[in-house]
Design a protein around this ligand. Structure first.
Ligand code: D5M
Ligand code: FE
Ligand code: ZN
Length: 545
């Protein structure tokens, strides 16, 4: 992206969904580093601002102390949020790709039920694709792929303009959709009706978590909110389910059952329910031998992009061994982008965002032309950061048109050969990992925080932290239908498992450790390609390092 001229600044702002005063545009275009100034302004501008003013720009350029990329509205209490947890010093690849952890030694027990180990069902394996093995380059021997059986949902059109009412609407819709999943499981009452009930009666309610506090005695006071009001619910610390409070995130929707106190003003909780994936869930599979490669976080344009490994992967796709791999799903961060994090420009190989997409497109051309490619954006891509992120615009599609790729929003559920794959880039995972205790979510086992999203049936439950949410009429981030496969990236760690039958995969990255990751002691799992057999949902992870 070159932002030397005001026109380009204005276009870039429009692309990100902002109207701007001419003075604001002039100020950005006149900055020493217009791209950085633009990014900084968009990071600090209040979410509710509809028009970008000169004041927004000046205060953004002057206040450099905020953490760029945090995306917190200016009036939110803790703009910097908690740092990602130290993932520890063990540099091993999560999910068993280095053979250290065999797939069956993986325990994927769902957190709420003790002792039910899921594990990868049905013989997953780990394979290494050497650069010269597997008849690489033997294209003549490889048959034409069938392919082409992909359905994407209709693209959502953004309705919200950032008004307070839009936030009310999106939360109301979240509550409606998620409470539907819980209502049949408890005999719930609206909070207003609870207010009128006599003390000591049995009661249940479905609500959005609006506050979690510990009491002087070490118990938990969880406040739940529905469309009629709020109600305090007390979880005693010695109850067997008290540990579930650790898993709660603000703004998620749960159900509780219990007894009202003598005065009727508080509910003593006896049971807590998440919207959940039903245990009876039985995933759909393709009716022929066909597979999909799941990757993400390619980061073309970064000095750390592993171009050689990507080309080894693409070469392997040309071999007969990969004949049945007919689909390539890419879950965001195609390119490194510009101005995503502070000092990122020092690690850029390509500084112009369009040139980054052009180079990405070249690498996409290495992939066999008869493969069907599906792509959604991530936080490094040139689409608005707030989720749901709209699909790439026409200009970017044009640049990436080599494969006639199917382009989706983030998140998007893509049906491939009858298998529903929920693709989500994964920005909320940073937050889930930061908020929950290590037993429930770490960077080293990135599929576990994904399990949390599945059981909460929402890809970004907590609002107002690192994850920016766009106010819309509808909450597109609710996981309304149970997917067969859940594919995310973003944390640059590889891990997989099954959660109530849903094959859950975080696909790692194609980028060596960045300076930031080094400072956080994050060892990225790069250059692996998880390959999912769509007829069996078996997984093979191929290593192209
Ligand atoms: O994110 C890759 C991972 O690294 C993800 O867990 C966020 C984290 N990350 C990387 N750089 C930063 C900075 N500068 N601040 C906070 N968190 C960071 P990706 O989206 O690919 O950059
Ligand atoms: Fe990334
Ligand atoms: Zn990312």
């Amino acid at each position: 992206m070159s932002l030397e001229t005001p026109v380009r600044v204005a276009n870039e702002l429009a692309r990100r969904g902002y109207n701007a005063d001419p003075e604001a545009v002039t100020l950005i275009a006149g900055a020493t580093d217009p791209a950085a100034a633009l990014e900084r302004t968009l990071e600090t501008v209040p979410e509710e601002a509809v028009v970008l003013t000169a004041d927004h720009v000046t205060s953004a350029i002057e206040t450099r102390s905020r953490t760029p990329g945090s995306g917190v509205p200016a009036d939110a209490p803790d703009p910097d949020g908690p740092p990602p947890e130290d993932p520890g010093t063990d540099p091993s690849v999560s999910g068993g790709t280095d053979g250290r952890k065999s797939p069956d030694s993986e325990v994927n027990s769902p957190v709420e039920t003790k002792g039910v180990a899921g594990g990868i069902e049905g013989g997953s394996s780990v394979a290494t694709a050497g650069s010269t093995s597997d008849g690489q380059g033997d294209q003549a021997a490889r048959g034409e792929r069938g392919g082409g059986d992909v359905e994407l949902p209709e693209e959502f059109s953004s309705t919200g303009v950032g008004e307070y009412e839009d936030f009310v609407a999106v939360f109301r819709d979240r509550y409606e959709k998620l409470s539907k999943l819980l209502r049949s499981r408890v005999n719930h009452r609206p909070t207003r009706a609870l207010d009128a009930m006599a003390g000591n009666s049995e009661a249940a309610l479905v609500g959005m978590v609006s506050d979690i506090r510990s009491t002087a005695g070490g118990h938990w006071l969880v406040e739940l909110e529905d469309t009629t009001g709020t109600f305090p619910c007390l979880v005693m610390k010695d109850r067997e389910f008290a540990g579930l409070v650790d898993e709660l995130l603000l703004d998620e929707v749960i159900a509780v059952e219990g007894n009202l106190a003598d005065d009727g003003n508080i509910l003593f909780v006896d049971a807590m329910h998440f919207p959940e994936i039903p245990r009876t869930n039985s995933p759909s599979t393709a009716d022929r031998e066909v597979a999909a490669a799941l990757v993400s976080d390619v980061h073309v344009g970064s000095q750390e992009f592993t171009a050689d490994a990507w080309e080894r992967f693409a070469d392997w796709l040309h071999t007969p061994a990969a004949d049945h791999v007919e689909y390539l799903l890419i879950a965001g961060d195609m390119v490194e982008g510009v101005g995503v994090y502070p000092d990122q420009d020092e690690e850029l190989d390509i500084v112009d965002i369009y040139e980054q997409y052009e180079r990405f497109s070249e690498h996409l051309k290495s992939v066999p032309g008869d493969m069907e490619v599906v792509m959604i954006p991530g936080n490094h891509d040139a689409v608005r950061l707030a989720e749901p992120q709209p699909a790439f615009d026409e200009e970017l599609r044009d640049i990436m048109s080599a494969h006639d790729a199917r382009i989706g929003a983030n998140p998007a559920t893509v049906t491939v050969e009858g298998v529903d794959v929920l693709m989500y880039h994964g920005v909320s995972l940073d937050e889930v990992i930061a908020e929950l205790p290590d037993e429930k979510a770490t960077y080293d086992e990135p599929h576990r925080p994904m399990y949390q999203l599945l059981r909460k049936r929402h890809v970004a439950p907590q609002f107002g932290g690192k994850t920016r949410l766009a106010p819309e009429e509808e909450d597109h981030l609710v996981i309304e239908d149970v997917p067969d496969v859940f594919h995310a990236g973003h944390v640059h760690k590889l891990g997989w498992g099954k959660y109530h039958g849903v094959l859950t995969i975080n696909s790692g990255c194609w980028q060596e450790q960045t300076a930031f990751q080094a400072s956080m002691n994050i060892q990225p799992d790069r250059a692996h390609a998880p390959i999912v057999r769509l007829d069996t949902l078996d997984l093979t992870v191929r290593d192209f390092r």
